[in-house]
Design a protein around this ligand. Structure first.
Ligand code: ADP
Ligand code: MG
Length: 244
């Protein structure tokens, strides 16, 4: 039987397998039995596939930035104990379908901590997704007419948790508040939600526009929820750099 790298490359492509650098793969591996060489080859295929899936999961998460817990200055932000965040990194809250709400004024690190938990979860193999509330509403409004929106919403629904950022920045119409309620209800008990909001719960009716829908949303959200009230100065303002 004549064999060549070209033949094998064509077979790999026909079988939808990844190209492999055989010189590197079998470097310093002398006297392999046929079965051993097959095993090495298949393990390499498995490694490549897992790497691809991980890269795709990260891309689909749609994080606006890769924030780490390591780079968070708990000395500056004293209203959140580091131990609490480390405990949340074990992801038992995800397994129990708990939600997390980071509440506080702008710049105190709400989005940073939400992103850091998302990065931890991605590293642990969870499917996670990030959306601002503004964009989530846009998606929900267009599921009927846009396959992209429909697919994105299905992805959010099969995630372990979804980060909904910037809740309370913009007032919602009553139709939008209803869509938001529908979304939160559809996640109930299955998919966890991390909310970041610059508004305390007592102010939610102001931007959701309707006391009944606000109660309904908060009722679902807070039922199993870790509420993290953040106070203090804006890290942005304290650490702003001037151009000069
Ligand atoms: P918020 O969402 O509360 O408005 P962000 O999380 O977006 O605030 O924080 C604003 C910026 O400051 C981000 O770049 C974030 O990484 C950084 N930041 C905020 N708090 C801290 C902190 N305690 N340590 C390190 N960086 C911080
Ligand atoms: Mg933010």
């Amino acid at each position: 039987m004549t064999t060549s790298v070209d033949n094998i490359t064509a077979l790999l492509s026909a079988l939808r397998m990844s190209p492999v650098n055989f010189d590197n793969l079998y470097a310093n591996q002398n006297n392999l039995t046929p079965l051993q060489s097959v095993e090495i080859f298949l393990r390499e295929q498995q490694r490549i596939r897992i790497d691809k899936q991980n890269a795709l999961r990260r891309k689909r998460a749609n994080l606006p930035a890769e924030k780490k817990l390591k780079s968070f200055d708990f000395g500056f932000q004293r209203s959140v104990p580091k131990e609490q965040m480390l405990r949340l990194c074990d992801m038992t809250w995800v397994e129990q379908a708990y939600n997390i709400c980071f509440l506080g004024p702008p710049g105190v690190g709400k989005t940073h901590l939400a992103l850091a938990l998302a990065v931890e979860a991605l590293d642990k193999g969870y499917i996670v997704a990030f959306e601002t509330l503004d964009n989530l509403i846009k998606l929900l409004k267009t599921t009927e007419v846009s396959t992209i929106s429909k697919r994105r919403i299905s992805y959010l629904k099969k995630s372990a948790f979804v980060v909904i950022d910037e809740v309370g920045f913009m007032p919602l119409t009553s139709a939008e508040a209803n869509l938001f309620f529908g979304f939160v209800s559809s996640m109930d008990e299955r998919v966890s939600i991390i909310i970041t909001s610059n508004k305390g719960f007592d102010e939610w009716a102001d931007f959701l526009g309707d006391a009944t829908i606000t109660t309904a949303i908060l009722d679902r959200l807070i039922h199993h929820c870790e509420i993290i009230n953040m106070t203090g100065k804006s890290y942005r303002l304290e650490h702003r750099q001037s151009i000069t």
